[in-house]
Ligand binder design. Structure first.
Ligand SMILES: Nc1ncnc2c1ncn2[C@@H]1O[C@H](COP(=O)(O)OP(=O)(O)OP(=O)(O)O)[C@@H](O)[C@H]1O
Ligand SMILES: [Mg+2]
Length: 276
């Protein structure tokens, strides 16, 4: 157990949209050097939660703290200033622009001053290549459009950018959901690396098999309410799966699928037996 002050914390946060209660009294915390997986089904409130943490929504009630200090973000820019970087699912990248342009997004290093000030492309390309190499992605040409990278590599550019610009908290909304096994493993490895570099990571996913290997702790959301915060040592992969899907629902699905798998002859015998 970690008794230092959490890097980021939510205390009894609720978020209402008119009559819809998207979050109801949710508390969670993440320490530096830890990955906290936020799990929950469609509509559970995961995106609402991260949008609240990253300053897009204001909580209806409750409190948020960064390094123990209460914070109220007026906009996402304030959250970013506090070191909270969010990689949204749509990534906010421009496919036709180069890796370097996407990496810096207007924050490129410059040379000269006054009217002679201009972007130092040599330096920018070098940094972008170095930062990508650090996470094991070999960029041959930094002027290559981001659209030509694989989905996993694009996620990594977004994460590398957040880390390079000094994020303390990294929030990733379903970074692996559209990826195949190989690409997902590239992203998962990078998440583990960011954690080892001392970042506090909040990793949102539907996929327990992606979450379990990298997680230090889990928070489970169901219909806007937290089912609890669990350290990995307290909960098995099967227990997480059961809580997420609802064990009973999965069992009845199993029975239904077994019915489909019967050969026609078998189901005829079964239905004749049922009639007699
Ligand atoms: N701006 C909004 N106005 C009204 N209702 C909203 C708004 N944003 C979210 N909701 C509602 O809040 C609930 C939680 O939505 P949210 O998008 O946070 O779920 P989620 O866990 O991210 O789901 P998914 O896995 O499908 O992305 C849903 O019932 C949704 O309809
Ligand atoms: Mg969502």
């Amino acid at each position: 157990m970690n008794d230092t002050v959490p890097m980021i914390e939510m205390r009894h946060v609720s978020k209402h949209f008119g009559n819809v209660i998207a979050l109801n009294d949710v508390s969670l915390h993440v320490h530096a050097g830890e990955v906290m997986c936020l799990l929950g089904d469609n509509g559970a409130g995961k995106s609402t939660l991260i949008k609240t943490l990253s300053g897009v929504h204001k909580p209806t009630s409750g409190e948020m703290r960064v390094s123990g200090e209460p914070v109220r973000f007026k906009s996402p820019a304030y959250a970013l200033d506090s070191g909270i970087a969010t990689v949204f699912q749509d990534l906010a990248m421009i496919p036709l622009m180069s890796i370097t342009r996407n990496f810096f997004m207007g924050r490129e290093p410059t040379v000269g001053w006054g009217p002679l000030k201009r972007i130092d492309w040599k330096q920018a390309d070098r940094i972008a290549m170095e930062e990508m190499a650090r996470i094991g992605i070999d960029v041959r040409d930094p002027s290559q459009p981001v659209g030509t990278l694989s989905g996993g590599e694009r996620q990594c550019v977004a994460i590398a950018r957040a880390v390079y610009f000094g994020a303390k908290v990294l929030i990733l909304d379903e970074p692996t959901s559209a990826l195949g096994v190989k690409q997902a493993s590239v992203v998962l490895r990078y998440i583990a690396k960011a954690r080892n570099d001392g970042l506090a990571v909040i990793f949102i996913t539907h996929n327990v098999h992606h979450a379990y290997p990298v997680a230090d702790a889990f928070t489970l959301l169901k219909r806007g309410t937290s089912l609890g915060y669990f350290r990995k040592s307290e909960i098995s992969r099967e227990e997480v799966l059961n809580m997420m899907a609802g064990g009973a629902e999965l069992e009845s699905l199993d029975a239904e699928l077994a019915e489909f798998q019967r050969t026609p002859a078998e189901s005829q015998t079964a239905s004749r037996a049922a009639i007699s």
